[in-house]
Design a protein around this ligand. Structure first.
Ligand code: SF4
Length: 432
């Protein structure tokens, strides 16, 4: 286990123009969920898709407990459990998988897209799910598309499940010709209500046509090509962004749409690409900005001046720290992130306080030592660390809640702030 103090100027991607001078890079024991977790929000988004995890009972338990409070009468996910016989290579796992898929499709003929989701066990026995997807696609297509990706926890964190899913799903996007009309693609799973708000704002701005990816119906994937302009809604979509760029699409660099400032910058990136008159932009966004700023004031008194320590978990940590420090006056001490994609986060890094420590990766014991020494007012971390830290009297916020809740855009800015203000208020009441 090593700790490397690495300067941003030595990175493989360009250093931000200003901001922090160093990143603490750690490689040690990590406390994060695996990529299967993404199924919990993805299965609600693509309404005619089904996610079949090929994994163990542990994988099934993870999905069931993560999604437990949200299970529908007919959930759109399941686990094909590999028994010990399969793991020992004694049974033909492919035959078993085909049988499970036949049964599933007989019961659920409305499924139009089937995701075969790999796991640690399927990777360990080297079950080739890409060949399985091709085989099952030939058998059940064209009415059913079969796509595979990995949600394995081997060296990944939980938001990478969405990245892997979306990168794989892009193979289904038709190619748009180079001379196609410019179009905007918003990338990252957003709750429908947030999508509708953004769609309305882009319409009022005169930006479009606009498509959201992933789509609500699997057949609605738009053509993608050199005329496609991409706005990422989430900072953890590095692989998806690379696939889009290989297709010729152009990413519009921006802050991410958290808070009034981030949302304004994000919309402005699109408006500038479409050459929208600045006066029109101001007129369209002003009401949302005003609503967000007024609503945030309610939480400022609770959050201002509070010291914040973020453990690496969701990869949302840098934009969250930017929002909490610039719009609510919190003081980030350490901003941990499992991976630091400097290209996607250049604008966010430049907007962070100059003296904050940014750490990439994790050596959990060392990080806990730094956290205890700093005695922050609030820690943002995964579920595994929250209970022990609460027991030590440190107020925590589960980072996984940030991907389960609508937090993007002007009208969700106060809800995002409330996720952090609530535990602090509760703590102060308990202390009285
Ligand atoms: S994919 Fe790996 S880390 Fe995730 S639940 Fe299954 S065994 Fe555990």
């Amino acid at each position: 286990m090593t700790v490397v103090l690495d300067t941003l100027t030595r990175g493989t991607t360009p250093a931000p123009p200003r901001g922090q001078t160093s990143v603490l890079r750690e490689r040690g024991q990590r406390e994060v969920f695996c990529g299967l977790t993404g199924i919990v929000w993805l299965h609600r988004k693509i309404q005619d898709a089904f996610f079949l995890v090929v994994g163990s009972r542990t994988c099934a338990h993870l999905i069931q407990s993560a999604a437990g409070v949200m299970v529908f009468a007919e959930p759109r996910f399941a686990t094909a459990i590999m028994e010990e016989r399969d793991l020992a290579g004694l049974a033909d796992a492919n035959e078993e998988l085909d049988r499970v898929v036949d049964e599933l499709l007989a019961r659920r003929p409305e499924i139009r897209m089937l995701f075969l989701v790999g796991s640690c066990p399927s990777e360990v026995i080297k079950l080739d799910l890409s060949r399985a997807a091709q085989r099952l696609g030939r058998k059940h297509g064209p009415a059913l598309k079969v796509i595979n990706y990995s949600g394995s926890g081997i060296d990944t964190t939980f938001t990478q499940g969405e990245d892997a899913c979306l990168a794989a799903l892009l193979a289904e996007a038709p190619r748009a010709p180079a001379d196609a009309e410019p179009s905007l693609l918003v990338v990252g799973a957003l709750p429908d209500i947030v999508e509708d708000q953004f769609r309305r704002l882009f319409g009022e701005l005169g930006v479009g046509p606009v498509a959201f990816f992933p789509p609500r119906r699997s057949g609605d994937i738009p053509p993608i090509g050199p005329a496609t302009r991409v706005l990422l809604a989430q900072p953890f979509l590095g692989d998806t962004a690379q696939v889009l760029e290989r297709r010729g699409a152009v990413r519009l660099p921006s802050l991410f749409p958290f808070g009034a400032e981030g949302t304004t910058a994000w919309l402005k990136a699109a408006a500038d690409a479409w050459g929208i008159d600045p006066a029109r932009f101001d007129r369209v966004v002003a009401p949302g900005q005003e609503r967000a700023r007024r609503a945030l004031e309610r939480h400022r008194a609770t959050l201002e001046g509070k010291r914040l320590f973020l453990f690496p978990d969701s990869q949302l940590e840098p934009p969250l720290a930017r929002f909490l420090s610039r719009e609510l006056g919190m003081i980030p001490i350490e901003i941990g992130t499992p991976y630091l994609n400097r290209a996607l986060l250049a604008e966010e890094l430049a907007a962070l306080p100059a003296d904050v420590t940014i750490s990439e990766g994790q050596d959990v014991d060392r990080q806990l030592d730094r956290c205890r020494e700093a005695r922050p007012d609030m820690v943002v971390c995964g579920l595994g660390l929250a209970n022990p830290l609460e027991a030590e009297g440190i107020t925590t916020k589960w980072s996984i809640e940030l991907v389960f809740s609508p937090v993007h855009g002007f009208d969700q800015a106060a809800d995002l702030a409330a996720l952090f203000a609530r535990p602090l208020r509760r703590q102060s009441l308990l202390r009285v």
